[in-house]
Design a protein around this ligand. Structure first.
Ligand code: CTP
Length: 446
């Protein structure tokens, strides 16, 4: 008699009874059960951001049930179809939360939806584990609005309150999003667990200190602070108080950017010798970025983004840094080029608010180069090129919404597992960026 082969798929995060019962019944449908466990990047790509267990832990938990004869990983859309062919599957099965979603596979094998176990899910367990964090936003500008929308896509967080010293602005923002408004900082801190700082750059330092001193974890928009000593000081306070302090450079937390760093460091392009990063945005001359004569200008606004890939690829210990700027009428830089030297290579970081250029990232190595086309800071696609112009490797990755959701999610993961995401933007990288901002300020503003 022919052996009946069954296949099923899932994330199996925080392995629970629902998973166990599903696998038990799936195995009973045939003679041989294959279980596909999703990879972290596949889950991220399909918007499942909060998965807690690593792939290895999830595989191990499936294995321990003893029901799986074979475990495979699921890493892309469309894989189910090819697995059915490849493994000669007779029955595809999945829980009843998916009824109808896989009917198209009936053309290739039998599709069985198994009754889902009631009152249990990984989402439920994740939420119990990670009590809902009440987030308070300091600042009511454009980015604060975007943050609110993106935070909705992340589980385990509730944007609860907003602070701005001006009662009128804060009332308007709070009404728009139906949240609590404060223009008294003490009362604001009393209403939140964690703070997101999105106020003008020069106010970050005091707000960070104040929030940490009220025992709040802090996610601060870039540039976090504008002086090296300030960066060192705030990180020390956070460390001493065992609080999380993270600089919000959203690119640092995006899956596509991580894939890019992985490929760049893989040896494919040999040793990296030159990095060129450019980010320009034509800004309305009436906006703060082009009006604030002390803290406006392109480098303060965009410098963090363009330094990020450079520090990620060469390390943060540059040996030389030189700035060239083109200034607008009020003396603010509308276009800036920062030239770095490192022991193993050189880099240029270019940004503009009043000059438009190609927003690309180019990483040159001894065997080839990587080209990330605009907007590389929302990395979705890049190419690896070699001496032979016909030899091109192409990579892509999803980028959901405005991308801030990855940063928010990583920040929340840091709260439950401190240190897990430190590598994405290290303290030393943030401190070096503050040092570059400080040098820029002393050379170009004083
Ligand atoms: N499953 C089930 N009963 C539950 C939960 C899940 O039968 N109470 C089934 C799903 O239908 C699926 C498999 O278990 O076939 C793996 O599901 P997975 O998505 O990993 O688990 P969920 O708990 O549904 O995860 P999440 O809450 O993250 O969606």
């Amino acid at each position: 008699m022919k052996m009946v082969k069954v296949i099923t798929y899932g994330t199996f995060d925080l392995f629970h009874e629902g998973h166990y019962r599903l696998l038990q019944r799936a195995k009973a449908l045939g003679d041989y059960l294959i279980v596909g466990v999703t990879t972290e990047s596949f889950d991220k790509a399909r918007g499942k951001l909060g998965v807690i267990d690593s792939l290895m832990t999830r595989i191990e938990n499936v294995r321990k049930t003893g029901f799986a004869d074979e475990i495979i990983i699921e890493e892309s859309v469309g894989q189910k179809f090819s697995d059915i062919k490849k493994y000669n599957i007779d029955i595809f099965t999945v829980g009843s939360d998916w009824v109808g979603k896989f009917d198209h596979l009936n053309d290739y094998c039998k599709v069985v939806y198994l009754e889902r176990t009631k009152n249990i899910s990984s989402t439920m367990l994740r939420e119990q584990k990670r009590h809902i964090q009440r987030i308070g936003i300091i600042g009511t500008g454009r980015i604060a609005n975007r943050f609110f929308i993106e935070a909705r896509a992340v589980s385990g967080v509730n944007v609860q309150s907003v602070y701005n010293p001006h009662p009128d602005s804060v009332a308007k923002f709070a009404e728009k999003w139906s949240i609590n408004a404060y223009s008294d900082l003490e009362k604001f801190f009393a209403d939140v667990d964690v703070v997101y700082i999105a106020s003008p750059h020069q106010t970050h330092y005091e707000y960070i200190k104040s929030a940490l001193n009220h025992d709040k974890h802090v996610l601060c928009e870039k540039p976090m602070v504008l002086k090296k000593s300030e960066a060192e000081e705030v990180f020390k306070i956070a460390k001493d108080k065992k609080l999380i302090l993270m600089e919000g450079i959203k690119t640092a937390y995006c899956p596509g950017f991580h894939k890019l760093l992985g490929v760049a460091h893989s040896g494919k392009i040999g040793s990296i010798r030159n990095v060129e990063a450019c980010f320009t945005k034509l800004e309305n001359p009436e906006n703060r970025e082009l009006k604030d004569e002390k803290f406006g200008g392109s480098f303060f606004e965009l410098g963090s983004y363009i330094m990020l890939p450079i520090f990620k690829l060469f390390g943060e210990n540059y040996t030389e840094l030189k700035f060239d700027t083109i200034n607008g009428e009020n003396g603010l830089d509308i276009f800036t080029r920062a030239s770095f030297k490192f022991p193993t290579g050189i880099a240029t970081a270019t940004c503009g608010l009043g000059v438009k250029s190609e927003g690309r990232l180019l990483i040159a190595g001894t065997k080839g180069y990587i080209l990330v086309t605009a907007p590389w800071w929302k990395t979705t696609y890049f190419e690896v090129h070699y001496e032979n112009p016909n030899e091109i490797e192409k990579y892509s990755e999803t980028f959901l919404g405005d991308g801030l959701r990855y940063e928010i999610n990583d920040f929340l993961l840091q709260l439950t597992s401190p240190g897990v995401n430190d590598f994405k933007l290290t303290r030393n990288e943030s401190i070096s960026m503050a040092a570059a901002m400080e040098q820029f300020f002393s050379e170009k503003r004083n």
